[in-house]
Design a protein around this ligand. Structure first.
Ligand SMILES: [Ca+2]
Ligand SMILES: [Ca+2]
Length: 325
């Protein structure tokens, strides 16, 4: 109770913002909430264009930590979902949860700005990799089910390394991943708090962030980890697409232009982000580079080493990448 009270106070203080300092405001175009440009929304009409259309990400800080504020195209509405999904497309409220919002926002933070230093993988279910130039040290995840996400990841670690002490497994997650549990919605915006203890003492004006929005799905395992996946035809519980190859299930990537987002996602290029120092994204509109190619293979190997994918998936995906040469 005391912890809750203190956090409530922290929230109130953050919103009041007496001593807050602006770090950066990064903008994203309107109307690009279609991933690679070909995504089709689930049937049933629960999710509407604009709901997941990221417009800006603002970062500011106070004495205790950082506030991230994401603004979307539409009013952020509650969602109902069945704990195990609902392929029939019938949303009975019986046995369903009410969620405060229906999306996930992953923010991968490159705190040292050294190319290739840090992680290139993204959390399970995102089906994407991060460009070497944005290799990250910390990831902040906004999800309607933060605790469940963390516990599924922890379960996966336990399963992979059964002899490992529990504390060690928890520390390996909590040192690099933060599932934001304290957030406030206001119309089209949602703010969430990340403590200094997690982000360390690096200079935030030197960071770069790679961020994207996915549709929240029931967090039933560590494979999709709460991200709605794609099938060729959309259903009530999957996204569809009209591309010739299966795009990743990312709805909106934080980038200065829609063209760059479509290019990256349709070419399966590693994701790039925004540098906070100059409010710009690296200009990577050039051709498919050798570095991007190596980054894809490295990211894939990393996923295998971390037991996020199995050997057969690794081999199949590796072959797919090699075939593009
Ligand atoms: Ca957008
Ligand atoms: Ca975008």
């Amino acid at each position: 109770m005391l912890r809750f009270l203190l956090l409530s106070l922290a929230l109130a203080a953050g919103i009041a913002g007496a001593a807050e300092r602006h770090v950066a405001t990064l903008s994203d175009p309107a109307g690009d909430d279609v991933g690679d440009g070909t995504l089709l929304y689930p049937t049933g009409g629960v999710l509407q264009p604009g709901d997941l259309d990221l417009r800006s990400l603002r970062i500011h800080r106070d004495g205790d930590g950082y506030w991230f504020t994401a603004t979307f195209g539409n009013f952020i509405h509650e969602n109902w979902w069945s704990p195990k999904g609902d392929d029939a497309g019938e949303f009975s409220k019986q046995g369903q949860h009410r969620l405060p919002f229906g999306f996930n926002l992953d923010i991968y933070i490159d705190t040292d700005r050294k190319s290739g230093s840090g992680n290139l993988f993204t959390l399970p279910g995102r089906q994407a990799r991060i460009d070497r130039r944005y290799a990250w040290e910390r990831v902040v995840v906004l999800s309607p089910r933060p605790k469940t996400m963390r516990s599924h990841l922890l379960g996966k670690l336990r399963e992979t390394f059964p002899g490992r002490p529990e504390r060690e497994a928890e520390a390996s997650i909590d040192g690099t991943m933060y599932f934001a549990a304290y957030r406030q919605k206001l119309d089209r915006s949602i703010s969430f708090f990340v403590p200094n203890a997690f982000l360390g003492d690096s200079d935030p004006t030197n960071w770069a962030v790679t961020a994207f929005v996915t549709v929240a799905a029931a967090v039933v395992d560590a494979k999709d980890l709460g991200v709605m996946q794609l099938t060729d035809e959309p259903s009530s519980s999957t996204l569809g697409h009209t591309s010739t190859t299966l795009p990743p299930p990312l709805i909106d990537v934080l980038l200065p232009t829609a063209a760059r987002q479509y290019k990256i996602l349709s070419s399966a290029l590693p994701l790039t982000g925004y540098s906070l120092a100059n409010n710009a994204a690296t200009d990577d509109d050039g051709k498919y580079s050798a570095e991007a190619f190596i980054s894809r293979l490295t990211g894939l190997k990393e996923s295998l080493d971390r037991k996020l994918i199995d050997e057969s998936t690794y081999k199949a995906q590796r072959q797919k990448i090699l075939n593009e040469l």
